[in-house]
Ligand binder design. Structure first.
Ligand SMILES: [Cu+2]
Length: 203
């Protein structure tokens, strides 16, 4: 093998090395914390999200929102803009799916075991929140929250959340709740480290 061939091999190995580096990217961080929702039954269903992050982001899906035991499951579903949501019916009665919010939709009524897809393709100002209702059962209510990026988590009953895979940077982190409000806060994420932020919601 000539010296020239060897040096070419060296260059291609360096290029392969660089592309592997690019794919693994700098280590991502996490954002964790707690949301308190005073006066509510518990601290669940608060959506904590990064307001804006550099994209583009490709939605994966479809993501299921079920109607089960006369409830929308999950009660709060967060999706990236462009996501297809599959509305399923796991009950023994027919259900309907509609939303009175934003551009509105009425998907119709279907029997147990059937489903219908809907693409959340528009959002003028994030987050776009769609109250998810059923015309047959007025007590049923859920929410679809459409976001600009995938860096989001929903609190459990204790109010804890964990947003994973966030690239290093400084972000505005905001919170949405079905009944209460909170102020966004700046959070700096460092590679491989957990950043923390807490919220106490008000009226
Ligand atoms: Cu129903």
């Amino acid at each position: 093998m000539t010296r020239r061939t060897l040096s070419l091999i060296g260059i291609s190995l360096a290029v392969v090395g660089a592309s592997v580096m690019a794919r693994t990217s700098p280590a991502a961080g996490t954002i964790t914390g707690t949301v308190k929702a005073p006066g509510q039954t518990n601290n669940a269903d608060a959506v904590v999200y990064v307001e804006h992050a550099a994209g583009p982001f490709a939605p994966s899906g479809p993501i299921v929102m079920d109607q089960r035991s006369m409830k929308f499951v999950p009660h709060v579903l967060t999706v990236l803009l462009g996501t297809t949501v599959k509305f399923t019916n796991s009950d023994t009665v027919s259900h309907n799916v509609f939303s009175p919010d934003n551009e509105k939709y009425q998907l119709g009524t279907w029997p147990p075991g059937a489903s219908k897809d809907h693409v959340f393709a528009k959002c003028a100002k994030f987050p776009c929140v769609y109250a998810q209702l059923c015309m047959i059962h007025p007590e049923m209510e859920g929410f679809v929250v459409v976001l600009q990026n995938p860096y989001v988590a929903t609190t459990d009953a204790t109010g804890q959340f964990k947003i994973e895979g966030v690239p290093p940077g400084t972000y505005q982190v905001a919170v949405w709740h079905p009944k209460m409000k909170g102020q966004p806060k700046p959070v700096t994420v460092e590679a491989g480290k957990p950043a923390t932020v807490d919220f106490t919601l008000g009226r």
